[in-house]
Write a protein that binds this ligand. Sequence first.
Ligand code: ZN
Ligand code: ZN
Length: 318
Amino acid sequence: MRAIVFDGSLRCVADRPTPARRDADVLIRVHLAGLCATDLEITRGYMDFAGVPGHEFVGTVEEGPDALRGKRVVGEINCVCGKCDLCTGGLANHCRSRTVLGIAGRDGAFADFLALPAVNCHIVPPELSDEEAVFVEPLAAAIQITRQVKLEPKLRVTVLGSGRLGTLVAQVLASRGCRPVVVGRNPETLGRLDRRGIQTALVRDVQRFGDQDLVVDCTGSPEGASLALKFVRPRGTIVMKSTCAAAVPLDLAPLVVNEVTLLGSRCGPFPEAIAALVRREVEVRSMIQRQFPLSRGLEAFETASKPGSLKILVKAGA
Ligand SMILES: [Zn+2]
Ligand SMILES: [Zn+2]
C-alpha cells in the first residue's frame, strides 16, 4: 500500500506492507487523515517514532467483526493491554504497555490502510461528513480540558496559540459558557477567530499579566509553559496541551511562589466530540486549509509546518 513513512527522514512509499491485524484489530481503509503539531514534532524526533505517522482519521472498516465491517469509523489512538495496574485502575489511556496510533509502536493513518483494535472504533453518524469526522480526535483532546477543570462563565480564561488546537479549544470553552481570549502571534489566524466571535489579542499587545484564572497552552512551542506562567494569577490553573520534541529550561519558582496548578492534558472522550459536532457546537470545516492526496504527503507536511497554517488533510484513495 501507499504510505508516508518517517524513519529519520520523511518519504512517500508505494510498497509499505498492509498492516498486520493483531488479535482484536480491525483493518480500516483510510479516507482522510489530519495533520497536527504532534506529527510535525515526530519529524523532529518526538517519541523517537519510526513508521507511518498520523493519528487523526476517518475511514471504513474492511476486515473485522460484523458489527463494524463496512462501517465508517473514527478511532481512539491508545491501544491498551487491559491487564496492567493502570488499565484495571481506570487509567487505560495511560496503559504501561500501550501502543499509540502513529505515535508509538504502531503504524498510523497516513496510509491506504491502518489496523486498530475494534474497541477503539466509534461509528460516525451520517450527519457528519468525512471532513468533519476527521476532527473528532483533536476535538476530543480539546474537550478533555472540560473534564479536568471546573469551568464557570465568570472565569478569566486565556488560550495561548491561535492555531489548529487553540481554535478547537477556544470553541469548546465558548460552548461551555466561558469567554476565552485567544492570544497569539499571527494576525491572520487571530483574525479568523475574531470572525468566529472569539476575543483575541496579539501577544505583543498584552499589557496585563498575572490575572488569568485559567490559561491553556496550545502554542505547540516549548516556550508555552513559561508564557502561561506569566498570564496565570496566583492560585490559578495552567493546562498544557503542547507536546514538543525540544526541551527548554523552565523556571518553576513562579509556579511555587504563586501556588499555581499545572495540569497536563492529552486524549479525550470521542462520544462527546462526535456529539458536539452533530449539535454544531463546534465548527470545523472552515478550519480546513487544504487537502493533499497521499502521493503528495510531503507537501502536506511542508504546508502544515508554515506559520499560520490551519488544518491540512491527507486524502487516501487519491
Ligand atoms: Zn493530533
Ligand atoms: Zn495496560
